[in-house]
Ligand binder design. Structure first.
Ligand code: VGL
Ligand code: ZN
Length: 240
């Protein structure tokens, strides 16, 4: 795609001559950027559109092009048709109703991010060539997966790991910076699981948006209670 030229808002004179990494995240340990579910189905016009989801694109693009992260990982919601999280798979149910699935509450969603469909692609506005790994999730037809680290609860009552934790550990990562969609579902669960796994976890609040913004204040304190640091992008000390 044409947006990966290295020329753009993230570049400034002098960047090319200086090692980018020490200028940010200094003394905070090897850091990964996790870009969660930035896919057309979650943006305005998509099948499960998150209001203002498009507003976060320039800031995420800036982070991805900053050259300041040791590892960059994307997650991609990637459901088979008739996935158990779709209202359409439950006769008589409507989107946004809540049911019990494998003993836990499950919001029923409009059909979204169906494997191979245009709405499931990684959004073309971001420089995905910079990403080291893509974790596809939600592929089990019977179980949802909000977090990049592990599925939601399955029939056995467990939440199987995706391998992301091991990947980051093998790369020496100590700190993760999380952004993307949606703040109150996949970003939230990814950040909580990262913190629970022992990573120093930062959520870039302004580079996320919620399905239900009315819950944002409660969400913020719940995340802080789970050990997630909430920041805005202007405090991340990304060069320039
Ligand atoms: C998401 C609902 C269903 C998300 C994914 O990316 O936050 N939300 N599937
Ligand atoms: Zn989904």
């Amino acid at each position: 795609m044409s947006d990966d030229s290295g020329i753009g808002p993230a570049a400034s004179p002098g960047d090319a001559r200086e090692p980018a990494r020490p200028r940010t995240h200094k003394g905070q340990g090897p850091t990964a950027l996790l870009v969660v579910d930035v896919q057309p189905d979650f943006l305005p016009g998509g099948r499960l559109a998150v209001a203002e989801g498009d507003r976060i694109l320039p800031g995420i693009r800036h982070l991805m092009k900053s050259g300041t992260f040791d590892v960059q990982v994307a997650t991609q919601d990637w459901h088979p048709p008739a996935h158990a999280s779709f209202a359409s798979a439950h006769p008589g149910r409507e989107p946004f109703e809540v049911i019990q699935l494998h003993g836990h509450e499950q919001v029923l969603w409009p059909d979204h991010c169906i494997q191979g469909s245009p709405g499931a692609e990684l959004h073309s506005a971001l420089p995905w060539t910079r990403v080291d790994a893509v974790i596809r999730k939600g592929t089990d037809p019977t179980v949802d997966s909000y977090s990049g680290f592990r599925n939601n609860w399955g029939p056995g009552g467990r939440r199987p790991l995706t391998g992301l934790e091991g990947y980051l550990r093998e790369r020496g990562i100590q700190r993760v910076v999380v952004c993307g969609l949606a703040r109150d579902y996949c970003v939230r669960w990814t950040a909580e699981d990262a913190a629970a796994a022992g990573f120093d976890t930062v959520m870039v609040w302004d580079l996320t948006r919620s399905v239900d913004p009315s819950g944002d204040e409660a969400l913020r304190s719940e995340l802080e209670g789970a050990g997630v640091h909430i920041v805005n992008s202007d405090t991340l000390e990304i060069a320039p």
